[in-house]
Design a protein around this ligand. Structure first.
Ligand SMILES: Cc1ncc(COP(=O)(O)O)c(C=O)c1O
Length: 395
């Protein structure tokens, strides 16, 4: 027996809106504006997990061969989601931090090598490089990014004749401000200057079209629990084909070898593809969940998802401006993504955040303000309710 879960299709519904409404009952329960933290699951994901749980309960791992096929199809769908033609370049990892560590401890470093990050990275994309600084004497350089010219300082460093970084490692979208970087521009500059390009993609993948191949990305990673609408604890690690064998390995086990599953192999070799970064048993339960979420995003289409997020962002922005909020996120459409951070003069943002949460407006306290992050499924009704609640709390 194997899981009966079949991907849903918008064709089964009269309209796309009806399909989306059916998939996201969360919008009936609360005002969910927190996809930049941990997203709610669509119904199909919840059903996939329930089916898998039922199967485990009734027949255990009798269908393990089917599970293995699922594991592979997930890699292939994730490759599609991140714009890689080659599923061999995608590994399943525990989270973003694990993948960043695989890169950091897989590359060869020399004292004095420079790694460039922004001055507002999420700790995972700073701490790992600082750990290298302590061990190998590399230099972690932080540059400011601002909404007017987000890539300017990074490009200047890439083009520098004297202090050229060996690698830049940046978030595609900054977790606090929401500034979106032009990865195409950065990737091209990196390629032309022989600089490695590593992208923490967790605030972007699932919210917009992402193009690892086209943007010359060397490494990209994200856990599945934000814009990808999946569970915590399972994500992807994209590694450009030419780097797969160059990264030193430091985690070993039965699953990462060529011919994994044949326990009689004595003269083992690491897998030729990115599976070499997956040392042991996969997280099958999370795999079923993430595949369902990925199917949904691919069915809706990342261009449609991004357009709907933009509409929701613009709607909330206008309402917040109407309430007199100071907007801390960029307002220029080409520099903004799903994140909208704001504050009110004379009002403590941490307290406001707590009051919003107590009133079913699910959001975050980040970047010196309150952070709203709607996804494509977020309804106008729930945004209106959130704004009404906010308005009552500040007056
Ligand atoms: C930019 C960024 N990177 C990484 C993470 C999380 O890392 P991990 O997947 O290792 O938990 C977050 C979570 O908020 C984030 O915003």
């Amino acid at each position: 027996m194997s899981s009966k879960y079949m991907p849903l299709s918008p064709e089964n519904f009269k309209t796309q809106a009806e399909f989306v409404a059916d998939q996201f009952p969360v919008n009936e329960q609360c005002m969910y504006l927190n996809h930049a933290a941990v997203a709610p699951w669509p119904k199909c994901t919840s059903e996939a997990v329930q089916e898998f749980a039922k199967e485990n309960c009734q027949t255990g791992a009798q269908g393990y061969l089917t599970w293995l096929k699922k594991e592979q199809s997930l890699r292939s769908k994730l490759a599609k989601l991140v714009g890689s033609k080659n599923e061999e370049c995608v590994a399943l990892v525990k989270n973003t931090s694990e993948a960043l560590s695989i890169v950091a401890y897989g590359l060869e470093w020399q004292a004095g090598d420079i790694i460039l990050i922004s001055d507002d990275e999420f700790p995972s994309n700073r701490i790992v490089w600082e750990s290298l600084a302590q061990k190998f004497g590399i230099i972690v350089k932080q540059v400011a990014i601002n909404a007017q010219h987000p890539e300017a300082e990074i490009l200047a460093a890439i083009n520098s004749k004297t202090d050229k970084p060996k690698m830049i490692s940046v978030s595609a979208v900054q977790y606090a401000s929401g500034i979106k970087l032009n990865l195409e521009k950065l990737g091209l500059a990196c390629k032309e200057n022989n600089v490695l390009f590593c992208v923490d993609a967790i605030q972007a993948v699932g919210a917009m079209e992402f193009k690892c191949d086209e943007w010359h990305i060397d490494f990209a990673m994200a856990d599945g629990h934000k814009w990808m609408l999946g569970p915590e604890g399972l994500g992807f690690f994209f590694v450009k084909e030419t780097h797969i064998k160059k990264l030193k390995l430091y985690q070993y086990g039965w699953h990462m070898i060529e011919g994994a599953g044949d326990f009689s192999i004595k003269d083992w070799q690491p897998a030729k593809n990115a599976k070499r970064f997956e040392c042991g048993s996969p997280n099958m339960l999370a795999g079923y969940a993430l595949e369902a979420s990925t199917d949904l995003l691919l069915q809706v289409g990342l261009d449609n998802v991004a357009a709907a997020i933009e509409v929701n962002h613009a709607y909330l922005l206008a309402k917040l401006q109407g309430l007199g909020a100071e907007i801390l996120s960029p307002i220029e459409p080409n520099v903004r993504a799903g994140i909208l951070t704001f504050r009110f003069s004379g009002i403590n943002s941490a307290q406001l955040y707590q009051k919003l949460m107590a009133n079913d407006v699910v959001c975050a306290n980040r970047g010196g303000g309150v952070r709203f992050s709607p996804h494509f499924h977020t309804t106008k009704e729930s945004m209106d309710k959130a704004i009404r609640t906010l308005s009552n709390l500040i007056t």
